[in-house]
Design a protein around this ligand. Structure first.
Ligand code: ATP
Ligand code: MG
Length: 279
């Protein structure tokens, strides 16, 4: 970073290692649908994520993956349990501009160019955009030459790549990614996986990735959380045994495939939790 940013507001005890990067304890989330009906989206989530760790969350559609990310981003509050990010509340991390998010609905501002969308986090915090960083992020996501294009002049995949670049703009402490590569073709998706792995290795940003792709989860993550069907509970936590840097050939290796088969089976046999009452 080139010194254009004002000091962020202090957050409690920011020493790395003083607290886990993420701590979820007994977290459940219930949504009311009407006065008499509610559903439990996730239940009893206990999870600690270390600084610099990359965790992927996989599970059947509707099992509460996005709900977990939204609670980490401070967009939903748990019905019970606690969520702490480096010992602070999600709201405190958001206020300190230390959280980067790229969600399913990427919410680019349609009247701003690609460049200005990526520059937005700087402006939101009242700082001068770091032109060098923005240019390098644009290069990273393969959009050089499209700096001045508006979102509607770009493909869905290109828009998603802008959202990822924007999430990385401020070198966040915590990166939350909800299906960020969902709209990409297989070739671009693999390229993004490979390239983003390099930045993550360099910057060790604690990251939580929600994905429907078991291969992507294995390729990118240090640990994979498999959720049950709704209400989502943690069914399996799997350590990914492959060293880094990971190269494309890993995806053709026999032990990669056997881990992928095991995790796919775990998702497919994701029975609903026994306590699904009142849904
Ligand atoms: N604001 C809300 N109000 C009511 N119900 C909600 C709300 N947000 C999510 N839900 C419900 O919570 C459950 C979990 O939703 P969530 O979006 O977290 O699932 P998901 O695992 O991300 O699914 P997908 O893989 O399809 O994206 C769903 O049944 C959904 O209908
Ligand atoms: Mg979702």
């Amino acid at each position: 970073m080139t010194g254009v940013l004002p000091d962020p507001p202090p957050i409690p005890d920011p020493r790395p290692g003083a607290h886990p990067a993420i701590s979820m304890a007994g977290v459940s989330k219930r949504f009311s649908l009407s006065r008499r009906q509610s559903i439990t989206a996730v239940e009893d989530i206990d999870l600690a994520v270390a600084h610099g760790e990359f965790v992927a969350v996989i599970g059947p559609s509707g099992c509460g993956k996005s709900t977990i990310l939204r609670m980490l981003a401070g967009l939903e509050t748990p019905t019970s349990g606690t969520v702490e990010l480096n010992g602070a509340s999600p709201a405190e991390l958001v206020a300190a501009h230390r959280l980067g998010v790229a969600f399913q609905e990427h919410a680019l501002l349609p009247w701003l160019s690609a460049w200005d969308n990526i520059a937005l986090p700087f402006r939101v915090m009242g700082a001068k955009p770091d032109a060098e960083r923005i240019t390098s992020l644009i290069r990273l996501v393969g959009l050089s030459g499209f700096e001045r294009a508006r979102p509607k002049q770009l493909s869905g995949g290109m828009r998603q790549r802008i959202a990822i670049a924007r999430a990385l703009a401020l070198e966040p402490d915590l990166l939350l990614l909800d299906e960020p590569f969902g709209a990409l073709d297989a070739v671009t998706r693999r390229r993004m996986n490979l390239e983003l792995q390099d930045i993550w290795a360099e910057q060790s940003i604690t990251s939580v990735l929600v994905t429907h792709s078991v291969d992507e989860a294995i390729f990118l993550a240090d640990r994979i959380i498999v959720l049950t069907e709704r209400p989502g509970r943690i069914k399996i936590i799997e350590d990914v045994p492959f060293g880094r840097p990971r190269r494309r050939e890993l995806m053709s290796a026999a032990d990669f495939h056997s881990l992928a088969d095991e995790l796919t089976l775990a998702i497919d046999s994701g029975e609903p939790s026994p306590s699904e009452a009142g849904a």
